[in-house]
Design a protein around this ligand. Structure first.
Ligand code: C2E
Ligand code: CA
Ligand code: CA
Length: 801
């Protein structure tokens, strides 16, 4: 270091050194600015900028070098070799052109900076040593190796650093670093020079004098100055043009109605005024934020969505949102995009309004005919004939025309509005109410359990419309008629169902109005009958019309009474005795079976508890009672209240019940079983007869259905089937009761198969509670006689189970 400083101070003309440094700074600054401008130019040729920068920089380096040489005062006379002088200019021109070209084309990276930096440094070094070789003086030049290596390394590092600075468009530091590189290579190398004088070599051919070189270098300086001036002028011009262009672009962007977002790498770089208005905030609140925080769902910038408007939600700062259409294009910078954002919230609202108008009745707000048909069509498409029923109800106001004519259309409108409201009030959420004519309405009821549910709804509608309307202080009676059509019974298309429902409606109007009709006469009287029966059943318990009959069942071996099965009876005030086969299903569907079942349990258990002998009481349980979930508590309460020994209570459950909800059924049965109650599977053979159910559920007993017992008499297969069921039950440790035993032959065969219990008209019919004591426990003697006369006397000999 000291040697370098010493060399500069002692062996150089300091004025010229300062000039050299100034030239170098000027050249470096100019070339760097030219390069930076070339990089940001969008239209011009980058190569032209690179060439200009390379020329300036090379001239600068060369001039600096030779001014440095001119400033050198070695104490000996010297001249320069012309060819080497020229060559040394080429040595710097080529590498700097390559380095600048690389820099402008390639992505900015460390590896690129190292390659470019090393290339420039190589140029500087070659220029320096070519210049040294061009020295003609009466001495031999020796170099000190260490400073040379140091100058090489330092120069390389400075050049690389300069390129990195240029990457960040720090032009002034880049220029200073380049100047430092050039001067350090030159002056450190000069400090490493040792001259050994040699006599007689002072005149050299093809050389130029110092004065000529001075002129040349001054020429170089002037050239740099000219290029610099031209460059800066051009730069100024370009800058102002670019700024004007940017202002124009901004004005244009602000003038557009659409919101514009300039995006780069998912971030908002800029937005226009329309966008600010859309968002309701200033630009600076949005710039720098992720696009995804403003536009919902993220804008797909995949080329496939290029130029295609996509619908999005704009997320407003106040938490609200707004429907927009977003379209993107490539942006001015290659890594960014411009998103055009159009507010379509008004269009959306209008669309919704149009849709409402197309699908809903303006006056009443319920669906119109189109929507009703669509809904019905959808329900039909979705329905599975086996499980789902769909009902269509058409409704007509009975006295609408008269009221409308007498009281005016305004009252008429209010009647319609109130009617729509009443209808909406009586349907379920899944039903659709529609107005399909001036005073005609319709309901689609997509619900299982038809026709019962449609009948119930029709009845509710007739009742509701039969209530008086209070309008403008007047009480008006209107009434309505209803026609019902069912899918799939009456039709499988919208048109079929509509036609049938209208036919039914006309029938309802013909047959007295203020009523409802099903389209098929037989069906609707049956349905109405059923509805009437359901109504009557509701009050039957309270009116004490329900009572129990008790049918005995016998030990097959001894033919002594083992217990009684409680069977429900209904003494209807008008119809007389109604069969449980008729009213139990109605009670089950309407849910009435729960209170009725409780009545049966309470009555039967109380009755059994009063018997002097401990006989079993069998009570039938309905599926609805099991599903309802309270049966265990009910049984507990009944056992407690009656004081009946749980082992004397037998619950008969129909096989089919268990299919519905296996897990719940299992837990319920287990809980009942824990109470010590006996569980019997009723009507075995009529349901799925799944063996796995028999194994899975904790049954103690199985009742062979009457139909199998009947087959014992008139079917050759009867016997083996009954025998198989009994054998199977034995293997599963289940006792067997045969029900519906009507003949001595059936009795004898069942005894031969070792069936445990016998029930049927042969031995005992259902009887009233007060007949039980008289009936006693022995089988009637007549039975034994019958068995004998049938020639089956062996059947009565004890079989010894
Ligand atoms: P189930 O449980 O199979 O009851 C036996 C039915 O067969 C009774 O009819 C009984 O009178 C009849 N029966 C008994 N022996 C003979 C016979 O030898 N020949 C013929 N032809 N029939 C015989 P019922 O009383 O009409 O009951 C019918 C069904 O109603 C019962 O069938 C049962 O499923 C149901 N049920 C009756 N009472 C109740 C009850 O309190 N609750 C529930 N959930 N269902 C009941
Ligand atoms: Ca039964
Ligand atoms: Ca049965």
């Amino acid at each position: 270091m000291l040697r370098v400083i010493g060399c500069v101070v002692q062996k150089h003309d300091l004025g010229l050194v300062a000039t050299a440094l100034l030239v170098c700074i000027l050249a470096a600054l100019t070339s760097v600015r030219l390069l930076a401008r070339g990089a940001s130019s969008q239209t011009g040729l980058p190569t032209a900028w690179v060439a200009a920068a390379a020329v300036t920089f090379s001239c600068g380096v060369w001039t600096t070098h030779f001014l440095g040489m001119l400033a050198f005062v070695p104490g000996l006379p010297f001249t320069f070799s012309l060819s080497l002088c020229a060559l040394s200019l080429a040595f710097i021109a080529l590498p700097s052109r390559i380095a600048f070209g690389l820099w402008i084309d390639r992505p900015r990276s460390w590896s690129m900076a190292i390659i470019a930096g090393l290339s420039i440094n190589a140029g500087i070094v070659m220029t320096h040593f070519a210049g040294m070789r061009s020295l003609r003086l009466p001495a031999v030049i020796h170099y000190d190796l260490v400073p040379i290596v140091v100058s090489l390394i330092l120069g390389a590092l400075l050049c690389i650093a300069a390129i990195r600075m240029l990457d960040r468009t720090h032009t002034v530091p880049a220029a200073l670093l380049l100047t430092l590189a050039v001067s350090s290579v030159h002056f450190i190398a000069m400090g490493a020079v040792k001259l050994e004088p040699v006599a007689g070599t002072d005149v050299i051919p093809m050389s130029i004098a110092k004065s000529t070189l001075a002129i040349l270098t001054v020429g170089g300086c002037l050239l740099i100055l000219a290029v610099a001036l031209a460059g800066f002028r051009l730069d100024r011009l370009m800058s102002t043009r670019l700024a004007a262009e940017a202002r124009r672009f901004r004005a244009l962007a602000d003038a557009t109605v659409e919101g514009l977002i300039v995006e780069r790498a998912g971030l908002i770089i800029d937005i226009n005024r329309a966008m600010c208005r859309l968002m309701g905030v200033e630009a600076d609140k949005l710039v720098g934020k992720a696009v995804a925080t403003v536009i919902s769902g993220g804008v797909s910038l995949h080329p496939s969505s290029f130029d295609r408007a996509m619908e999005h939600e704009l997320m407003l700062p106040d938490g609200g949102s707004r429907s927009v259409e977003v379209l993107w294009r490539n942006g001015p910078d290659p890594h960014g995009h411009v998103l055009a954002v159009r507010d379509i919230s008004r269009e959306k609202a209008a669309q919704l309004q149009i849709q409402r108008m197309a699908h809903f009745d303006q006056l009443t707000g319920v669906a119109n005919r189109q929507l009703l048909e669509k809904t019905l069509q959808k329900a039909l498409a979705l329905s599975d004939r086996a499980t789902v029923g769909i009902a269509l109800l058409c409704i007509d106001l009975d006295r609408f025309k008269a009221i409308n004519d007498a009281l005016g259309p305004s009252v008429g409108d209010q009647v319609l509005v109130l009617t729509a409201r009443r209808l909406s009030g009586v349907v379920r959420d899944t039903d659709t109410v529609a107005r399909i004519g001036s005073d005609e309405f319709a309901v689609v009821q997509p619900l299982a359990g038809q026709p019962a549910n449609a009948a119930a709804l029709a009845e509710r509608i007739v009742a509701e419309l039969g209530l008086p309307y209070e309008i403008d202080g007047q009480t008006i009676m209107i009434g309505g008629s209803v026609g019902v059509a069912l899918y799939p019974a009456d039709g499988t298309t919208t048109l079929d169902l509509m036609t049938k429902a209208m036919l039914a409606l006309n029938r309802a109007k013909r047959e007295g109005r203020n009523t409802w009709r099903y389209c098929e006469p037989g069906m609707d009287s049956r349905l109405r009958d059923r509805r009437a029966l359901e109504r009557d059943l509701r009050v039957a318990v309270a009116k004490r019309q329900l009572y129990l009959a008790y049918q005995p069942f016998y030990d097959a071996l001894t033919l002594r009474v083992a217990g009684y099965e409680a069977l429900l009876r209904w003494n209807h005030p008008l119809r007389g005795n109604v069969s449980p086969a008729e009213f139990i299903p109605i009670a089950e569907e309407s849910g009435l079976i729960v209170p009725i079942g409780q009545f049966v349990l309470e009555t039967a258990c109380a009755e059994a508890a009063s018997w002097s002998r401990p006989l079993v009481i069998a009570v039938n349980l309905s599926p609805a009672q099991l599903a309802q979930g309270r049966i265990v508590a009910t049984v507990d309460a009944v056992l407690h209240d009656s004081g009946l020994d749980p082992s004397l209570l037998e619950l008969e459950i129909t096989e089919g019940v268990l299919m519905d909800d296996t897990e719940q059924a299992l837990t319920t049965l287990m809980a009942l079983k824990e109470r010590g109650v006996t569980l019997a599977m009723d009507d075995f053979g009529t349901g799925y007869s799944s063996l796995s159910y028999l194994k899975k559920f904790p049954f103690d007993k199985l009742k062979i259905d009457r139909s199998f017992v009947r087959d014992l008499d008139d079917n050759a297969n009867g016997e083996p089937i009954v025998a198989a069921i009994i054998a199977l039950s034995r293997s599963l440790r289940l006792e067997v009761t045969a029900e519906g035993v009507e003949t001595p032959r059936q009795l004898a065969l069942l005894r031969a198969e070792r069936c445990a219990f016998i029930q049927g008209f042969l031995l005992g019919r259902p009887m009233l509670a007060n007949q039980i004591d008289r009936h006693g426990i022995e089988a009637p003697m007549a039975v034994a006689e019958l068995v004998e006369t049938a020639g089956l006397e062996t059947a009565l000999t004890p079989l010894g189970r």
